[in-house]
Design a protein around this ligand. Structure first.
Ligand code: ADP
Ligand code: ZN
Ligand code: ZN
Length: 744
């Protein structure tokens, strides 16, 4: 009887989503299982693919599987289910979802040739006696191997141990007293003894309650999601650690996700310090080989915990007890490329398949997560105070319009200048945060703070230089770029975009004695430079750390007593309905960088619109009120979490083609919606995307909005199918983003 398998083939141009059937030769019959990577012939090419399962009977001609391409089964049934779920939820090819799950790069197992004793211990001891005087070094080598039979040293290492040369070892081998053995080794990016062992802390009453509720959920059959809302410095990590200890005690495993940027040695030390060799670490700074070996440690059950960035959510554990996502609100949990998955959603899905617990920790929950906690989908846990009742730092908001009126044209208000000087004089450190994103072309009046916005969509208008027009990228409303402010008639109306280098120059001019460290994409390009800057700052090698988003995240510096935010407005006026949420989160996070040690800290936020609710409520550390205000806005405009969005981007090198196809797709969707007679689904666009030209491609976007995601997907799939039938769309790329978190 022939044996057949279904294979998801990795086609270079992806036009088909269905698997192909192959048969197995006699030789491969027993070897090939679900999850194996295999080589297959496809047309006249040889391609790779993943085995999805067996097929009973086939009534057509099949080709054979050519070879196994991986020594391991790269996924099991559970992860295959996750992949299928992702492909459906995020509207991507199954093969893309599978490739996100399996370890990337070539899966090479590293080996080394170690030296072992060839004779029995008794025999070797006799020989040692015989050669002791004549050849003491040879005797020493043999004695060493008797004492440390599991040392697994290669020749040169062994020689070094007893202070001799490789020649000595070689001679013993020639005499037949030693032999060489190839051993598989796993690279180890971190050694356990680099981390001081820690013991569980006595939990506070609040921590204790949280831990108790998590532990009782661990004993339930059904999965559960907790939202742990704890202010910065409230001891969330200790809750994670004690929950993990319970999971291990039950013989289960734990996944801990942290944002890539927070995967510092300091963070890793907290987990390795408590759980030592039971912890694997996965992130992009590791080499492909190191990552593969960490993956193997998980697969083979050598470790019970993985700490990693987004993709560690696919760690191949077989008995998951808990998935922890620290800083749940971070946008880096959403993957930018296909499959455009959100690690939080995958976590909840995996937890459901495993009857596990998901624990989301943050000081500033995403609106989605907090909303779900409000409606009872998630369970709420709270740590409302900092450890030792340390106060949250006072936040002062400076009105930059007033500064301008007083004749201060610099980017540093007089208050910030004064505080920076005082901090320097006290020998303490400051962080200056430049709120900037790669894309910032809103138009704002420096005199009155007015920002040009779309009245219909409640988002800021985007300045397009080539046309000198302001455009709403949700609804396509256009207007001319004003020369004077429509509110106050000032001429100080300009679009924004301040560079870190510029700020550094001005800062140095202001404080010539200060040592300044700058952290941005330019200074962190080299591998390890990001860590270097952080550790230089931590050890006091500089007085001021100046940087973008990177300085805002999770770092713990005890000597930082001042945080300054140059302008809060940049993130506020991003053309995105989440601009207010991002700003609140950012300000709360940067504020959390100070006053963490014995000394108290303070925060100065500069803004042209200090009255904005997200600035005022961040000043008060008032998440509750922020949420109440924001959620009403979302409900009013039917934005998430009250709806789902699908962002469709049409991109290509020929602008005319892109515009034509985007418009044609728009017509198809509209007629589809008309026939569906559905008021619940809206189409926004087609319009040029805010990043209307990127890497030589023109980009247009269409946004589907509605409450029923299943229906949205159906509209999306069927409209695209119809477009493909009507037109050849080879010259453009259509990319789908379900539940987008940024819409550039
Ligand atoms: P968060 O992650 O909520 O910002 P951390 O976990 O960094 O807070 O905790 C802040 C500080 O408090 C850390 O130095 C941590 O070691 C300490 N800490 C946490 N829990 C306790 C406790 N129960 N007793 C004493 N110190 C604690
Ligand atoms: Zn104005
Ligand atoms: Zn609009």
């Amino acid at each position: 009887m022939e044996k057949y398998v279904k294979v998801a083939v990795d086609l270079p141009v992806k036009q088909v989503n269905k698997p192909f059937t192959y048969h197995l030769s006699e030789k491969l019959r027993e070897e090939v299982k679900v999850g194996h990577k295999v080589k297959v012939s496809f047309g006249n090419r040889k391609l790779e693919g993943y085995v999805l399962g067996e097929v009973d009977e086939v009534d057509f001609e099949t080709k054979p599987i050519l070879a196994l391409a991986s020594p391991y089964r790269l996924f099991n049934q559970e992860l295959l289910m996750v992949a299928r779920w992702m492909a459906n939820y995020y509207q991507c090819y199954l093969i893309s979802a599978l490739k996100a799950i399996v370890p990337s790069g070539e899966q090479k197992v590293k080996k080394k040739r170690v030296v072992k004793l060839a004779q029995s211990i008794e025999k070797t001891e006799q020989i040692i006696k015989q050669i002791q005087n004549r050849a003491p070094k040879q005797a020493a080598v043999l004695s060493y191997l008797i004492e440390y039979p599991d040392a697994n040293l290669i020749m040169t290492e062994l020689a070094k141990k007893v202070d001799t040369t490789s020649g000595t070892v070689r001679r013993l081998k020639e005499k037949g007293l030693l032999f060489y053995q190839w051993l598989e080794v796993k690279r180890n990016p971190y050694r356990a003894n680099d981390f001081a062992q820690t013991e569980p802390l006595d939990p506070t009453a609040e921590q204790s309650l949280a831990i108790k509720r998590i532990c009782s959920a661990l004993n339930e059959v059904n999965s559960r999601t907790f939202l742990l809302k704890g202010v910065t410095g409230s001891g969330k990590t200790e809750v994670y650690l004690q929950a993990i200890a319970q999971v291990l005690a039950k013989g289960q495993e734990a996944i801990v996700l942290v944002p890539e940027i927070s995967l510092t040695p300091q963070t890793i030390a907290r987990f390795k310090g408590r759980f030592g060799e039971q912890v694997a670490v996965l992130h992009s700074q590791l080499s492909i080989g190191e990552r593969f070996d960490e993956w193997r440690k998980i697969k083979e059950g050598e470790v019970k915990i993985v700490v990693g960035a987004r993709s560690a959510i696919f760690a191949p554990f077989e008995n998951l007890g808990i998935i922890i996502i620290d800083e749940e609100h971070e946008t880096s949990y959403k993957q930018a490329d296909h499959p455009k998955y959100h690690a939080r959603e995958v976590a909840v899905k995996r937890a459901e398949l495993n009857g596990a617990v998901t624990l989301l920790g943050t000081a500033t929950p995403s609106l989605e997560a907090y909303y779900r906690a409000q409606i009872g989908d998630y369970q709420m846990l709270e740590l409302p105070t900092r450890i030792d009742n340390r106060p949250l730092p006072p936040v002062e908001v400076v009105d930059l319009r007033e500064e301008l009126k007083d004749g201060n044209r610099s980017m540093f208000s007089s208050l910030l200048q004064e505080k920076l000087t005082q901090t320097l004089e006290r020998g303490e450190q400051s962080i200056i945060f430049l709120n900037r994103r790669g894309f910032s072309t809103f138009v704002q009046c420096r005199e009155c703070g007015h920002v040009m916005e779309c009245e219909a969509c409640d988002v800021s208008l985007t300045y397009h230089a080539h046309s000198n027009l302001l455009q709403c990228h949700y609804c396509d409303h256009k207007e001319t770029n004003p020369d004077i402010c429509p509110e106050c008639e000032s001429r100080y109306i300009k679009y924004f975009g301040l560079g870190t280098q510029k700020v550094e120059e001005q800062l140095q001019e202001l404080l010539p004695e200060a040592d300044i460290l700058r952290m941005d994409v330019d200074t962190t390009r080299r591998k390890g430079s990001y860590q270097q800057i952080l550790s230089d700052f931590k050890t006091g090698k500089a007085d001021i750390l100046l940087g973008t988003q990177m300085v805002a995240k999770g770092h713990d510096f005890s000597n930082v007593t001042l945080v300054g935010v140059i302008t809060a407005d940049t993130s506020l006026n991003f053309p995105d309905f989440r601009a207010g949420e991002r700003t609140f989160q950012l300000l709360t996070q940067v504020a959390g960088r100070t006053g963490r040690g014995e000394k108290s800290g303070e925060v100065i936020v500069q803004s042209y619109t200090p009255e904005h609710y997200s600035i005022q409520l961040a000043k008060e550390h008032d998440y509750e009120s922020f949420y109440q205000y924001e959620i009403e806005q979302r409900q009013g405009c039917l934005y998430p979490p009250y709806s789902h969005l699908i962002n469709i981007i049409v991109a290509g090198e020929e602008e005319e083609r892109v515009i034509k196809l985007a418009n044609q797709l728009g017509v198809i969707i509209n007629s589809y919606l008309h026939n569906l007679n559905s008021e619940e689904i809206m189409l926004l666009g087609p319009v040029p995307a805010p990043l209307s030209k990127l890497k030589g491609e023109f980009r247009w976007q269409l946004i589907l909005k509605g409450t029923d995601l299943e229906k949205l997907r159906q509209v999306n799939v069927e409209s695209l199918e119809q477009l493909r039938e009507e037109e050849s769309i080879e010259t453009v790329r259509v990319s789908i983003d379900v539940d987008p978190i940024g819409m550039l």
